[in-house]
Each structure stands twice: as structure tokens, then as C-alpha cells.
Ligand binder design. Structure first.
Ligand code: NAP
Length: 341
């Protein structure tokens, strides 16, 4: 193959908000697979908030991106050349690959087959992928009992949609918050949440919670941290569980700008349990998760909204927009424009 490969590289580490100038566009020669390697043509690429952390050079659970090298993402693609017996040309695969048209999976490492047609391909980056499993693990940690009230922030997003619907399956009253009226309406009307509010339209977050969750909160599935966490702690019931999935409201702030949560004393007084988790610590449960989620999708118990941006070159702008809440549903990039949506 002689066509060039386009890659998006990390040109500079952002300070505060990510800018398009932090990304660079590189044309390179297509790599030849060596022994055991698999060359993958990208079809869909996932954009996820945790990537913001990988743009810094701070030590964390995921290795930071290298300057002047392609960023990485979860990608669904097609095998176009292979010297690995586990994969043949034309296979549809999933892996942690480059922000690029083509990536070489050295030794086939981290690749998995996308075997079945359970759902449209982008679902394997969303409901049936890492975000869905994040919601599944987090809601299990919440140890809900039927009739309890669950509150999910960033409710219309990749993780939040699923967390709330699992809460419904568990027999709970589910309340969501989201950044626009349309998103709040979507989680109630389309996903079956019991109530939701646009956090940008309430006088303060605690007012929104008091109105929409009058019985207090038994589980808070926290995707945003900061002031929403503070409001949820104020509104938590005795022995509530706060499951810390992420804190996106803080990701683009320098340390001196971050929100200091002022009411942690509730953890003691209300006997709360607050626990964080990282989904990749639970990889051994992937098959169990996939089976359950596939069942829910097939039965219609779980629905899912995907937000597709076209074109690798538009990935940086889509990433920045997602961090600002401009996505509506799981954000993916369709790299192969010939693949029907
Ligand atoms: P997402 O919700 O699809 O997209 C991010 C959303 O965050 C935006 O659409 C926006 O929605 C919301 N947001 C942005 N800034 C905000 C702010 N200042 N205050 C409140 N909301 C804000 O993304 P996702 O993939 O589902 O991720 C959600 C959370 O889960 C993130 O914190 C992420 O880091 C975390 N996560 C954790 C794990 C884990 O292993 N623990 C795995 C995956 C994801 P609105 O319009 O509603 O503001």
C-alpha cells in the first residue's frame, strides 16, 4: 500500500484548557507489519475525558501521551495487513491505537475481535465498551436497593446514560443533571429517568436536587466533582454511597483554580461511603459485562445515544467541544467516511 497515513500528534501540553494548537497533523508512510504485527485501518475512534489527563506529564493510572507522537484512543477498525495468526485481513477489531488512519498493533497487543453484530459498531466504544462497563462497575459499587434514589451527573453522556438506566433496572428512582434543557429532557423522555434538571438553569445545584430528588440521595454517581459534589453531599441521606467515577469539572483547571469541596464533614456525620474506581482494574469482568449489556440492548431495556463527528482532522475540535459539554451522547469520530453510520 502506498497511500500516506495521517496522524494527530500532541504538539504541546495544555496549561488549563486544551487548544487546537496543542495538536499537530502529520503525514507518514504506512508501516509494514513485522512478525506478529497487525495493521489496522481505523473506522471509528472514541474520544474520552480521561485523555485530558494523559495530555499532562503527571504520573497517573494511564501513561501520559508523548510529545510529538500520535495520541492514542480506543479504535474500531479493519485488519488490512497481518503477520499474526490470530488475525486475518478483513477482521473487525478493537484496540488502543493511534489517532490516525492506520495503526500498527505491534505483536497484535491489546487487539480484540469484534465478533458479533450485537449493535452498530460505535456501540463497542460506548454502551458495549469502556464507558458502558464503567457505569456497570460503578453502579454495582453503589449497592442500590429498590426504591432508593440515585443521582447521576453528566447524565446524557457516555457513562451517565448507562448508569441511570442501570439504576432503573435496579428498581431505583433515578435523577439526572445535564448541561442543557434538551439533554435533561432526553434522559427522562428517551431513557426513562424519573427526573432531570439543567444545572445551568437552576439558581444553585442544591435547589435542583431539592426539587427533583425530594427524598434525598442514597447513591450519587459522580461524573463531575466540584460544586455538584458539594451539593450532592449536602443532599445525601444517612449511609448514602458516593461513587466517584470522574470529576470532569476540574480537568481543565490549574490546581489553584480547582474547587475545594467544603462539606466533607458530611462523610462522617451522615456515615457516607465515598469510593473511587478505575474501570480497567476490572478487565477480568469484560465478558460478563458484555453479555449482560448485550442482553439489555437487545431487549430494549437500555438505549444509547451516540454523537458522531466526521473526519480524523476534526478530532481535536470534537475533543475540546466534548470537554465543554457540546457533545450530546457518546462522542466518537468516524474516520472512515465510507462506512455507513
Ligand atoms: P461524557 O459525559 O460523554 O462527556 C463529558 C460531559 O461532561 C459533557 O458532555 C458535559 O455534559 C459534562 N461536563 C463538562 N464540563 C462540565 C462541568 N464543568 N460541570 C458539569 N458537567 C460538565 O463523558 P464520559 O465519557 O461519559 O465521562 C463522564 C465522566 O466519567 C468523566 O468524569 C470521566 O472522566 C469519567 N470516567 C471515568 C472512568 C473510570 O474508570 N472511573 C471511565 C470512563 C469515564 P453537560 O452538558 O451535561 O455538562
Amino acid at each position: 500500500m502506498t497511500e500516506p497515513n495521517h496522524q494527530i500528534i500532541l504538539k504541546s501540553r495544555p496549561r488549563g484548557w486544551v487548544a487546537e494548537s496543542d495538536f499537530g497533523w502529520r503525514e507518514s508512510v504506512l508501516p509494514e507489519p513485522g512478525d506478529g504485527d497487525v495493521l489496522v485501518r481505523a473506522i471509528y475512534m472514541s474520544l474520552d475525558p480521561y485523555m485530558r489527563g494523559r495530555m499532562d506529564d503527571a504520573k497517573s493510572y494511564a501513561q501520559y501521551f508523548q510529545l510529538n507522537e500520535p495520541l492514542q484512543a480506543r479504535v474500531i477498525g479493519e485488519v488490512v495487513a497481518t503477520r499474526n495468526d490470530g488475525y486475518k485481513e478483513g477482521d473487525t477489531v478493537y484496540g488502543m491505537l493511534d489517532w490516525a488512519d492506520y495503526s500498527l498493533a505491534v505483536g497484535g497487543q491489546g487487539l480484540r475481535h469484534v465478533e458479533d453484530d450485537l449493535a452498530p459498531l460505535p456501540y463497542y466504544l460506548g454502551a458495549l465498551g469502556m464507558p458502558g462497563m464503567t457505569a456497570w462497575i460503578g453502579m454495582e459499587m453503589g449497592a442500590t436497593r429498590p426504591g432508593e434514589t440515585v443521582f447521576v451527573s453528566a447524565a446524557s453522556g457516555a457513562v451517565g446514560q448507562i448508569a441511570g438506566q442501570i439504576g432503573k433496572i435496579q428498581g431505583c428512582r433515578v435523577v439526572g443533571s445535564a448541561g442543557t434543557d434538551a439533554k435533561a429532557a432526553f434522559v427522562v423522555d428517551d431513557l426513562g429517568f424519573d427526573a432531570a434538571f439543567n444545572y445551568n438553569a437552576v439558581p444553585d445545584y442544591l435547589d435542583g436536587l431539592r426539587e427533583h430528588a425530594p427524598d434525598g440521595l442514597d447513591v450519587y454517581f459522580d461524573n463531575v466533582g466540584g460544586e455538584m459534589l458539594e451539593a450532592a453531599l449536602d443532599h445525601a441521606n444517612v449511609r448514602a454511597r458516593v461513587i466517584v467515577c470522574g470529576m470532569i469539572s476540574q480537568y481543565n483547571l490549574n490546581r489553584d483554580e480547582m474547587t475545594g469541596v467544603r462539606n466533607l464533614s458530611h462523610i462522617n456525620r451522615k456515615r457516607l461511603r465515598m469510593e473511587g474506581f478505575i474501570v480497567s482494574d476490572h478487565n477480568e469482568r469484560l465478558d460478563e459485562f458484555m453479555q449482560q449489556m448485550a442482553g439489555w440492548l437487545t431487549s430494549g431495556e437500555v438505549k444509547y445515544r451516540i454523537d458522531i463527528t466526521d473526519g480524523l482532522e476534526n478530532a481535536p475540535a470534537a475533543f475540546i467541544a466534548m470537554l465543554k459539554g457540546e457533545n450530546f451522547g457518546k462522542q466518537v469520530v468516524r474516520i472512515d467516511r465510507d462506512t455507513p453510520q
